[in-house]
Structure formats: structure tokens, C-alpha cells
Design a binder for this molecule. Structure first.
Ligand code: F6R
Length: 384
């Protein structure tokens, strides 16, 4: 079942080119009237909703004219929600709020019939996310599920939704479901952008081409990446703290990198927006503390991030930089530079997250941790 891999987690990390292909299959396709152009259709969101007062509208119609979208999720799924906020606001120009489902359900949020609540959940069984959906329905909002497990509670409870088609995720640490969620929400953002008339056909084509090219890009990168991360992991296996930084769309990726490391390596880790480190955590930067910095050139604050990395180095931190393929700005500054294949900004998290998944995997392996079943954790949190 592990297809020759020592752990499900490693298998699932390497599954990602295929799980992403499966997530896109039948959803991004050539237009009949313009065979060189692309179109996105998301079956589960296009059909008329059952609620009679919605006048035969689909979830796409309602989301495209919603006052705002509210994303509810927990853990890793909450991180993909933060990426989705960035992408939905950037591409589809719809305001988005992202909530921890547990916080949302226990306060009295203002929800109305012009809001759409999007639940993101790999298992479809997370109790707090399910309750958030039930509460939204009581307030007459439309609910949408972005779920991996077919027929799960959240899939059944929501008015509409799409499946990730990532295949079963057995390792407790979420990997291919995370990238599956990000790609599903990217397709939602692109579909809504065209529905709202805020994206030209040419721009949509450029995104669809970048999405189609992504799985092959990952596949051809994996061998070298895997070798490099094994080396880095040996170096950091004895760390007791680590910091992760990223800006904009990469801030949630930094949070995800930190969560993965805590979860399976039992190393205390925190993720920060790069500039926030100056507001407190800078005290932790010192000799041997690994600082993983995402510094992609597409970042509007790239120059500031670069200066900050030099400052970390001056404080003797061990800096691991994730940056673009051809970038030599960090030679001689960073202890390790991980070079990521180029894509469009909104797709970068799908690439940058993978070295962080591998890093936590190999560090946990070096430390002899129980990788597929970390202590105290369950794959789906059905308790409240
Ligand atoms: C982290 C992880 C958890 C889940 C969270 C939500 O690797 O697996 O943080 O992401 O428990 O689970 P789902 O997505 O099933 O609702």
C-alpha cells in the first residue's frame, strides 16, 4: 500500500504531481469555439441549488455576487484558506474572511443570506467545521464544501461543493490534501473571475497553462530536491526551535511549514510574516536556530526580505532560503538555498510547500519519530 515508500507521508508527498492532475482533470479544458483557449467548469458548483428561494441559481452565481465569502477550516485546511483569500481577492476581487471554525462557531458572527460560507476539510468530518456549516445554514447563508473524502459529513451537509480527488490521505500530517485544496480554490477563483468579468480570456489562458504545466514541473524537480533536503535535515535534526517566514501569499506557507515540523518532528516552530519578526521574535534569532525564509522574487517586499535575511545571518542564525531557480542573491549568506521552479505568483505555494513537507519528513525520520501517527494526534478531529 505504501508503494515501496517507508511511510505514507513520503508516498503522499511524492503523489502530488498525480493528485494535482486528478484534481484538475475534467475541470480545465479547451473551449469548443476557440480550441487554443481554456475554460474552467466545476461541476459541483454549477448546478442549480435546491433551496427554492435561490431561484434556480448555482453556487457559482451566488458566490460571484456574494457580499463576501467566509472560509471556515482548522489546521492545515485553515492555511489553504489563507492562500485562497489572497487568490480570491487578487483574481476574482471578492472580499474574503478566513476563520478558525472553532472560533467562528462559538461567537455570534454576523452572517446573512448574501454571505457564502466555504468549509475546507480533507476528512469532511472535523466537528468544528461541520458545526460552523450548520450554524451558517441556520442563518440562511449558502454553504460550499471543499472536501477530499467523498460522501463525508461536510460533503453531505453543504449546499454545493467540489471534491479534491487527491485520493486517500493516510498519514496524519496533511500533504497532498493541502496542495489539492490550494489548486481547487485556485480553480474556484479563476472561475469566479471570469463569471464576474474581471479577467480577460488571455489572462485566464495563461493561468490554465501554468496549472497544466505544474505537475510535470514538480516531477522533474523531485529527485534533486529530495537529495538536497536529506542533507539539510541531517544538519538540523538536533534543533529544538525553528522559525519560518514568508510574505503575502507565502505567509500561510510559512505557517504550514512550521505546523508540519511541530506535528511530526516535535520541534517547536513558529511561522511569521517576514516583517513581523522585527516586532518580537527577533530575540530568538541566534546561533544554530534554523530560520526558513521564503524569498521569492515575485514578492513585492523582496528587497526588504533580502535585507532581513542578511540581518539574520549577521546574528549567526542558520538560514535556509527558498527562492527562484536562477537567483544567486543568497550565495554566501544562506546556509542552504533551495531553488524552486518558476510559475505564476498565485501558483507558487503549490511549489514552495513541498520542500517544507520534505524537510519536516526527513527531520522527523532522523529523530526517529512516529511519522504517520504522531503522538497525541488523530487524522480527523471529531471531538469538540
Ligand atoms: C495537519 C493536519 C490537521 C488538519 C486539521 C483539519 O497536518 O492534518 O491540522 O488539517 O485537523 O482537518 P480536516 O482538513 O480533515 O478538516
Amino acid at each position: 500500500e505504501k508503494a515501496g515508500y517507508p511511510h505514507f507521508m513520503l508516498k503522499e508527498i511524492f503523489d502530488q504531481p498525480n493528485s494535482l492532475r486528478n484534481g484538475m482533470r475534467g475541470r480545465i479544458y479547451n473551449r469548443q469555439d476557440k480550441p487554443d483557449s481554456w475554460q474552467i467548469k466545476l461541476g459541483g458548483l454549477e448546478k442549480a441549488l435546491e433551496a427554492p428561494e435561490r431561484e434556480g441559481k448555482s453556487a457559482i452565481d451566488i458566490m460571484a455576487s456574494a457580499r463576501r465569502l467566509i472560509i471556515c477550516a482548522c489546521g492545515t485546511s485553515w492555511h489553504s484558506g489563507l492562500i485562497a483569500k489572497y487568490v480570491l481577492e487578487n483574481l476574482a476581487k471578492i472580499p474574503v474572511e478566513v476563520e478558525y471554525a472553532s472560533e467562528f462557531r462559538y461567537r455570534n458572527p454576523v452572517i446573512g443570506k448574501d454571505d457564502v460560507i466555504i468549509a475546507i476539510s480533507q476528512s469532511g468530518e472535523t466537528a468544528d467545521t461541520l458545526e460552523a456549516i450548520k450554524m451558517a445554514k441556520k442563518n440562511n447563508a449558502i454553504t460550499v464544501g471543499i472536501v477530499n473524502v467523498v460522501g463525508s459529513s461536510i460533503a453531505r451537509e453543504t449546499d454545493a461543493g467540489i471534491y479534491l480527488h487527491a485520493g486517500p490521505e493516510i498519514g496524519v500530517a496533511s500533504t497532498k490534501a493541502f496542495t489539492g485544496q490550494v489548486i481547487a480554490l485556485l480553480m474556484v477563483a479563476l472561475r469566479l473571475a471570469t463569471e464576474r468579468g474581471v479577467m480577460s480570456d488571455e489572462v485566464l489562458d495563461s493561468y490554465c497553462e501554468a496549472l497544466n504545466a505544474l505537475p510535470d514541473k514538480l516531477e522533474s524537480w523531485f529527485k534533486d530536491l529530495n537529495d538536497q533536503i536529506k542533507v539539510i535535515s541531517k544538519y538540523f535534526r538536533l534543533a529544538s526551535n525553528a522559525l519560518f517566514s514568508g510574505c503575502g501569499i507565502h505567509f500561510p506557507v510559512a505557517l504550514e511549514g512550521a505546523l508540519k515540523l511541530k506535528e511530526i518532528s516535535y520541534i517547536h516552530a513558529e511561522g511569521f510574516p517576514a516583517a513581523e519578526i522585527r516586532h518580537g521574535a527577533l530575540t530568538l534569532i541566534r546561533n544554530f536556530v534554523p530560520v526558513v525564509c521564503i524569498a521569492m522574487k515575485s514578492d513585492p517586499a523582496y528587497e526588504q526580505v533580502k535585507a532581513q535575511i542578511s540581518e539574520f545571518r549577521a546574528k549567526d542564525a542558520a538560514v535556509i532560503v527558498l527562492t527562484d531557480q536562477e537567483n544567486n542573491d543568497f550565495n554566501g549568506i544562506a546556509s542552504f538555498v533551495i531553488r524552486c521552479p518558476a510559475t505564476k505568483l498565485e501558483l507558487e505555494p503549490l511549489i514552495v510547500a513541498i520542500p517544507l513537507q520534505l524537510l519536516s519528513y526527513y527531520i522527523a525520520d532522523e529523530r526517529g519519530c512516529s511519522i504517520d501517527q504522531p503522538r497525541n494526534l488523530a487524522k480527523s478531529v471529531t471531538v469538540e
